[in-house]
Design a protein around this ligand. Structure first.
Ligand SMILES: Cc1cc2nc3c(=O)[nH]c(=O)nc-3n(C[C@H](O)[C@H](O)[C@H](O)COP(=O)(O)OP(=O)(O)OC[C@H]3O[C@@H](n4cnc5c(N)ncnc54)[C@H](O)[C@@H]3O)c2cc1C
Length: 269
């Protein structure tokens, strides 16, 4: 085992093959981060790839840590571990190695958590719409777990798009919140309904937004004066949604150049 590693996998929750939550306990606990931020995970090229994955992409150098960014899915109020929601990219460099890890295995985690994809710019009287594809729901789970307050006036809506219904890994937790609280709305949608028992919304998120299907279901319209919209995951979804939101008067948040902006995004590739 390499002395370059500084963290241990303490739990693996697999939803379907290639989609899992990895709980990682760094040696340097307590951890400190803001909900929505990410950190970096790493493994050496010598670490084995999970069975059935494709061969390594070109350019992997022996002894050089393979590092990638991952959003933190656990609440920032939990300081003794991180949860990461990971999808296997079979031809990728790092994820086939991450998916070969089990409980007790070691890996590298950056000491710093970074990123501006947080709720910090949102005023208390403003609502949030959190839109994510695939594992792009991870930072929202951290935000919701840390900050959703049923007694506060803020309305929360979370839109999660996946291919199949069994990829909606947080369905139970989010459905439970939505059924209990009027100020929390959950809108899951899938793109591949064939041979799927799913009875909910079907289609790409951009289409469901543009057609107004989401707004009708939520019972509220997009409103640049009172909302911040977060976009996370697939860059195609993010680019399309950003353009569409700009036509509705939203603009990209930039701390210095546009502090009143209300679109925030995190592209995963
Ligand atoms: C800020 C940030 C946060 C991220 N958070 C997460 C996260 O919480 N969970 C997560 O699984 N990934 C996340 N990613 C993506 C992650 O950093 C890696 O790119 C991904 O795990 C693939 O790594 P790899 O070495 O296996 O593949 P690489 O060899 O790096 O291949 C990269 C290719 O994999 C594909 N890809 C990358 N990410 C995904 C994805 N999530 N779903 C489908 N295809 C993908 C793209 O085609 C990309 O070009 C995040 C990326 C960024 C920039």
């Amino acid at each position: 085992m390499s002395d370059k590693y500084n963290a241990t996998v303490t739990e693996v929750t697999t939803f379907v093959e290639g989609l899992a939550i990895y709980r990682v306990e760094p040696d340097h606990v307590p951890v400190s981060f803001e909900a929505g931020q990410y950190t970096t995970l790493g493994l050496l090229p010598e670490a084995p790839r999970v069975a059935g994955s494709d061969p390594d992409p070109p350019g992997i150098k022996p002894g050089k840590m393979i590092k990638r960014a991952y959003s933190i899915g656990s609440s920032c109020k939990v300081t003794d571990h991180f949860d990461f929601y990971l999808v296997l990219v079979s031809e990728g460099a790092l994820t086939p190695r991450l998916f070969a890890l089990g409980v007790g295995d070691r890996l590298w985690v950056a000491k710093k958590c970074v990123g501006t994809f947080t709720l910090e710019p949102v005023r208390e009287d403003q609502d949030v719409v959190l839109i994510g594809t695939g594992t792009g729901v991870a930072p929202y789970m951290s935000m919701i777990r840390a900050y959703f307050d049923p007694a506060a006036p803020r309305k929360w809506a979370i839109v999660h798009g996946t291919r199949k219904s069994f990829d909606l890994s947080y369905h139970d937790e989010l459905t439970a919140l939505a059924s209990k609280h009027d100020n929390f709305f959950y809108y899951p949608a899938i793109t591949r309904p064939d041979d799927d028992p799913w009875k909910g919304p079907v289609g790409r998120l951009n289409k469901l937004l543009e057609e107004g299907t989401f707004e009708t279901a939520w019972g509220h319209e997009f409103d640049a004066a009172s909302q911040h919209v977060y976009l996370c995951g697939n860059p195609g979804m993010i680019d399309g949604a950003e353009k569409w939101l700009q036509d509705k008067g939203f603009s990209e948040y930039q701390k210095k150049k546009n502090p009143d902006g209300n679109i925030h995004f995190e592209k995963y590739w």
